[in-house]
Ligand binder design. Structure first.
Ligand code: 0X9
Ligand code: ZN
Length: 412
């Protein structure tokens, strides 16, 4: 007992002392009407410490306060039209944290315990929920741990199938991951929302359940926890790359057109080799297990209101042979979002609409794994706040995203 008390006190103290990265006076700039040449110039800043491309195209860039003057000079020299859209990122992050604390307090005092999507769930909350579903719906849901990460956390996968919660081997498999990028919290919540709908309201979705669903809501748990406890804008996993830098970009680590990158500190560092990371290996292993039935792969990210299809490694774009089908499935999904009053999603090839990137999961899914269809979804962001979608908007974004899942599952 003494030990338990001492341990609890120690845990509380160390939790309270977890050092948070402060984004005090970090600025975010929005560039406008950038020409090809200007984009090239911007790209050269991408890997510098203190420069964070919120969208990798370089339209929104977060800048460390000590670089502010030089960055503004750079924009001036290159004649790049721009606007300062966030004066102090820390204020945004603090507001997000304050909302969460107050929400949790109110909830605790009201004694409510029903599932709700009015705040961002922690990793432990998501995992507890998955286990609860497995216990409550044994004929529909199974949950398994597919990996232990570098920091010894589980990656959990949930299978939702009317064939006793198992992949049947006869139905098409829809495979979905969220949270490959740690800071993209709304993507994770949208995938949890999907799980909630399919598991707890399964009778409403016999159409969708003509497929077997294999879902990994948090593909990068170490990164996700780190973005909650230490550094809100963390993107990569937490593998110690060098004495200076941590993290591999799990969306550059796949063995299809993988390219080595020399800078381990870069936010898009691709790892020592293709599939070097445990998280990537775990997803690949699961894909291999269901190889014969893989139909649709969806990797859920934020933000940008985009439905993107492969390939993304080449410019001008190299298209998948069934690109037209991808386009029509994507266009129907975008229409489904509009039909419920959501934003206008843009549909297209990832390299053409966004930018080229090597070793991404969407390319691997069709290029190697054997899926018939593969999309990257970039969900709706929080306006100028980017990744910090206000928690009050989770339900709207998640329910609109659900329309994408439903439309796609019914049109493949
Ligand atoms: O860069 C990425 O990994 C994705 N965007 S994000 O802002 N969520 O980081 C987009 C990947 C799209 N796929 C390809 N361009 N191949
Ligand atoms: Zn992402």
């Amino acid at each position: 007992m003494k030990f338990v008390v001492a341990f609890t006190v120690f845990a509380l103290i160390s939790a309270a002392c977890t050092e948070r990265v402060s984004y005090r006076n970090f600025k975010v700039y929005q560039t406008q009407n950038v020409t090809r040449e200007q984009r090239e110039q911007l790209k050269r800043l991408e890997d510098l410490e203190g420069v964070d491309f919120w969208d990798r195209a370089g339209n929104r860039i977060m800048i460390h306060p000590r670089l502010q003057r030089r960055f503004e000079l750079f924009l001036k020299v290159h004649n790049i039209p721009h606007q300062l859209i966030i004066e102090d990122v820390e204020a945004t992050v603090e507001a997000e944290r304050k909302y969460d604390q107050e929400y949790r307090k109110a909830r605790a005092s009201s004694g409510r315990s029903t599932t709700s999507f009015d705040n961002f769930w922690t990793l432990d909350e998501i995992y507890a929920y998955l286990d609860e579903l497995a216990a409550d719906y044994p004929n529909l849901v199974t949950v398994e741990t597919i990996c232990e990460t570098y920091e010894k956390r589980s990656i959990k996968a949930i299978t939702i199938s009317t064939s006793d919660g198992q992949v049947s081997g006869t139905k098409p498999v829809v495979f979905i991951d969220g949270g490959i990028h740690a800071r993209e919290w709304a993507a994770i919540m949208s995938v949890v929302y999907l799980i909630h709908e399919l598991a707890e309201h399964s009778t409403d979705y016999s159409d969708m359940l003509a497929n077997d669903w294999v879902i990994i809501p948090v593909a990068n748990p170490d990164g996700y926890v780190h973005s909650h406890t230490s550094s809100r804008m963390w993107r990569k996993n937490r593998f110690p790359v060098s004495i200076l830098c941590t993290g591999v970009d799990l969306n550059r680590n796949w063995d299809y057109q993988w390219a080595s990158s020399s800078n381990g500190c870069s936010d898009t560092y691709s790892g020592a080799s293709a599939h070097s990371e445990l998280e990537t290996q775990a997803l690949v292993g699961l894909m291999k297990r269901y190889e014969a039935n893989l139909k649709l792969y969806l990797t859920v990210h934020t933000y940008g209101d985009l439905i993107l299809y492969p390939f993304g490694y080449a410019s001008p774009a190299v298209l998948v042979p069934n690109a037209e089908e991808h386009d029509s499935i994507g266009t129907k999904a975008a229409a489904a979002v509009s039909a419920v009053g959501g934003p206008t999603y843009k549909v297209g090839n990832s390299a053409a609409v966004l930018y080229t990137a090597f070793g991404t999961s969407d390319d691997y899914a069709v290029g190697t794994a054997g899926f018939t269809y593969s999309f990257t979804l970039e969900l709706t962001g929080g306006g100028n706040q980017g990744f910090d979608l206000p928690a009050t908007e989770i339900t709207a974004v998640a329910s609109q995203t659900f329309e994408i899942f439903r439309s796609m599952a019914n049109n493949i």
